[in-house]
Design a protein around this ligand. Structure first.
Ligand SMILES: Cc1ncc(COP(=O)(O)O)c(C=O)c1O
Length: 378
């Protein structure tokens, strides 16, 4: 086992131990977090709230539900906060009594794990890795016997963004089949014009739709854990019954409040991610053997098969240089041809591109025959 076998990105502790580095030396492209970090006010709020840790957190989470409901454009009765989106993913199968689920893959692996942990079973439909058309007809054809369908929008790890128009036929078919649809919008905040793509308003009105949300990515606080579910009040009530009432800790709550009060940091984040995603896409496209896929999120899926190197090999060589990227070989529906890289700041992105160029050049120079796949993929 090595860092390339990790089931998720972001394990800088493990990478540091394996490669004899300090955690601060590592540039982490394996977890897709706001490259600017949290807003400055978040650090201040957390520091000032340290006294709170000797008390239980407020189960009502202070001003956070009001601020988040306003930001997301939903009613407070449609919102349940949790200890990261992950907590709500794990509660959902029990709350909705999901015995059999359909998962649109490749995607985040925790939907399947959560269903299986609750004693359920999972089937997959395979999404094409490029293009933005959601195969709603195919998904609808697999609904028989399923209690729920899980999909992620924009999808992790492909970065594809599906339009509400493309997803509506699936929502209608699922309603007819008595199945719930769970749409994870953990990365929706990075989408320019998110209001045109989010299904949250629909989730407030429809009984068979739940939208999952995360504050850890866009607001840059994965270490504090903060997420939410958006649904009709009846479903929110069922989720609440299964949730630890204190799962949003005192520091996460004040961090969330401060983050939502800083609109200029949000605007700067959107601008930076757009510019840097374009930079990274075009620069990686010109590295021999690499083929990035267009993405609407803050990460890019990259086909590395044109280098002749397997993803694990490339991940380990980069990790030895202090650059952590996500090996996508363990995503259902992908294989050892793919890695995922987060969009970070310009100097960090330049370091990634330099490390990739150096690694691939060294690898190719050691090969007796120049890989023909290198040219096919260009
Ligand atoms: C698609 C997706 N949903 C949810 C999560 C979990 O987010 P959180 O940190 O809010 O638990 C992740 C984490 O990587 C993710 O990629």
């Amino acid at each position: 086992m090595s860092i390339s076998d990790s089931s998720h990105g972001g394990n800088i502790g493990r990478a540091a131990r394996e490669y004899g580095l300090s955690e601060k030396q590592i540039i982490d492209f394996s977890a897709s977090i706001n490259p600017l970090g949290p807003a400055p006010g978040v650090y201040r709020a957390v520091t000032e709230a340290l006294w709170r840790i000797k008390h239980y957190p407020d189960p009502g989470c202070g001003d956070l539900p009001r601020l988040l409901a306003d930001y997301l454009g939903v009613g407070r009765e449609n919102l349940l906060l949790g200890n990261g989106g992950a907590e709500l993913i794990y509660i959902l199968p029990r709350a909705l009594k999901i015995r059999r689920a359909l998962v649109a893959a490749p995607t985040f692996s925790e939907y399947a794990r959560a269903v299986e942990a609750a004693g359920g079973r999972v089937r997959y439909i395979t999404l094409p890795v490029s293009g933005t058309a959601f195969p709603a007809g195919e998904a609808a054809g697999h609904l028989a016997g399923c209690d729920a369908v899980f999909l992620c929008n924009p999808n992790n790890p492909t970065g594809q963004l599906f339009s509400p128009g493309d997803l509506m036929p699936l929502l209608d078919a699922a309603e007819g089949a008595g199945a719930a649809v769970v749409v994870d919008e953990a990365f929706m905040d990075f989408v320019a014009g998110r209001e045109d793509f989010t299904l949250m308003p629909l989730a407030c009105a429809r009984r068979n739709l739940v939208v999952l949300y995360s504050m850890t990515k866009f607001f840059g606080i994965p270490g504090l854990r903060l997420g939410a579910a958006v649904a009709c009040p009846e479903v929110i009530g069922r989720l609440k019954q299964l949730k630890d009432p204190w799962s949003v800790n005192a520091l996460a709550r004040v961090a969330g409040e401060a983050a939502l009060r800083d609109e200029s940091h949000m605007a700067e984040t959107l601008k930076t991610v757009k510019e840097e995603r374009e930079y990274l896409f075009s620069t990686l496209s010109s590295v021999p053997g690499l083929r990035p896929f267009p993405s609407e999120a803050n990460f890019l899926l990259v086909d590395v098969s044109g280098t002749g190197m397997k993803s694990a090999e490339l991940v380990e060589k980069l990790a030895a240089m202090g650059i952590l990227v996500r090996n996508c070989a363990n995503f259902y529906g992908l294989n050892e041809s793919y890695i995922r890289v987060a969009v970070k700041t310009r100097p960090e992105n330049e370091s990634l591109v330099r490390a990739l160029e150096k690694t691939i050049r060294t690898w190719l120079s050691g090969r007796p025959v120049f890989s023909s796949r290198l040219y096919k993929n260009r």
